[in-house]
Design a protein around this ligand. Sequence first.
Ligand SMILES: Nc1ncnc2c1ncn2[C@@H]1O[C@H](COP(=O)(O)OP(=O)(O)OP(=O)(O)O)[C@@H](O)[C@H]1O
Length: 685
Amino acid sequence: MLRFVASFRTALVRRASHPSRLALPSDPRLPYHLRFRPLSSTASSKPLSILTRIQRLVSSATQSLNASATPSDDPERKLQLSRLLSLARPEKRLVGFALSAQLVSASSIMLFPLALGKVVDTVTGTGPTDLNSLVLIMGGVFSVSAIASATRVAAMSLAGSRISRQLRVSLFHSILRQETAFFDKRQSGELINRLSSDVPLVSRTLTENLAKILRNAVTSASSMSLILYLSPKLSLVTICSIPPIVGFALIFGRTARRLSRELVDALAAATQIAAERTGAIRTVRTFGAEEEESNRYTKRVDETYNLAKKVAIADGLYSGSVQLSAQMSLLGVLWFGGRMVTNPADPMTIGALTSFAMYAVNLGVSISAMGTSYGQLTRALGAGHRIFEVLDRDPEGYSSTIADKTVSSQSTSRTSDMETETSMLTLQPGYDATVRFNNVHFHYPTQPKASILRGVDLEVRPGEIVAIAGGSGSGKSTIGALLSRLYDPTEGRISIGGTSIADIDTGWLRSQIAVVSQEPILFDGTVAENIRYAMTGNVSLEVVQNAARAAASHEMIMALPRQYETKVGERGSALSGGQRARTALCRALVREPRVLVLDEHSAALDAESERAVGQAVHNAATDLNMAVVTIAHRTSSLRRANRVAVLVDGKVAELDSYVNLMRKPQSHLRRMLVADVSAVYQDRG
Ligand SMILES: Nc1ncnc2c1ncn2[C@@H]1O[C@H](COP(=O)(O)OP(=O)(O)OP(=O)(O)O)[C@@H](O)[C@H]1O
């Protein structure tokens, strides 16, 4: 139908702008749909030719659409309807069943006006005399229609839910496998909106909307045939109302598409604010910014409201104009039809006029409903485009731990997904875990001009702890991000045991590296569940407790209200900063990694805890023969490291033991720490 409406428009536009439109209407040089003959003259002499000409008009307009299909800059136009429909393919049986039920129910409803006309003629004495059997037959037809209708609603609703489920799972799967830079460029609200708004819109269109289109297509085709059958002459009056209705639908469809695109963006911005601010409610509250945030959100929601107002006005104008066209056409039918009933030369029974009027109303209503469906379809094409943008996207230079695009409900095991990437290397057990950075350069993809690392050379041997020191923003955390391949260097090489990490299976690599970040995130669940998060499969409490002991955190956890079963709250908000950091260290150590990155993990710890945890890391490094990179500001952490690498201007400016570096009066480390200490004394006056 979309193609028909669009091609109909193309045909009309072409016709209006065609240079040869003044040529004789029957000029054979013109495409068929541009050849124009007054319908009435042909219709009055040969009724069936109207139908034939409508069919030809449809087919020639469709051909012209196919012929003129050129690439468009409008992204929503780029998405083919067939591509959108392909999303319903897994549910084709259920959808097909529901559509068949729809066909039965729509066809049986179409008999009603005919039956009503017969009843009127029976009552007025000009029709069949057996009213009982007429009513009985209609009762049967209505029952079949009701059963078919109920079946259609249930089957479509089920198919819609299944399509939504599959689409959500696939989309979330695809979102998760995108490279880190993808998330730097997009807001989470926008991605959440794709899952929460775009998916239901698409699935509704593929089910309910599809059924409506089918029902209305059946209704309009059969209404058209029946009015032609009842009175070809009177049909002309009805047909005159079709072009304005289709015209309004096209104008409305275009406006609806533009507004819905703006609405989606505005909604994403509002969702972003709501998600970010509720997630950081403590910060909002400590700054007493509730009202300000509420106003900020209100402003965004008002933007969506203003757009919704425009949609409401467009909706109102559309339905008002369509109603006026349909009613004018009905008036015309009653006027002409009334004259025919009273004209003995051109007879028509009252029953036939009643049936005709009802079919004419049906025709107007179903064509305008198809216009509404067209508007919804264009919105769904927009939503589908946003969904396919992620589904089709190949993460740049990134190999995910989730390899397969097609998701089944069982594919939750990270290990099994990892195994599908057979082309990528994994190292032999007991491999040499020496980490090497050779002349590594890097800038963030979103900031190509801001060079962060400019030729880093660094080696961390197994069993060794190397601390990275440097000023704020010097790129210390970036080193950890590169090591776990959240980003790839723009130049240079990072290797483990002599093998470039770019050649190593990313999933496997990440199973070998554990990172405790500056602000560790815990997920809503128990302490034990959070520690188990690092592992796949069943992990016994004993293994969890051993990891906690290795991280010198078992006592701390046992002191919690429900020990390992204590709920940590969203993002770990029910724990203190120190407890969160220690739980995150347990989570890192439970997988017995060969490389450990600690990003200022002890910042939230008191001196005693810091000493205990520091000693634990030292022991783990030796026991597991782990290469440890620790990003540290505290003197105690720097002192505990075997060597300290100082980052200056994107390079390792010095690399030696803490004691040796502090002995050198001009060392960067010494100058940095002395500056820190003197800043503290200056603050104290
Ligand atoms: N995702 C990102 N996109 C763009 N720029 C980033 C991103 N993350 C960090 N940066 C920039 O890269 C630089 C280095 O950041 P990094 O976090 O590595 O510094 P750092 O040395 O760990 O700092 P600090 O000691 O303050 O934690 C900073 O200037 C920062 O603004």
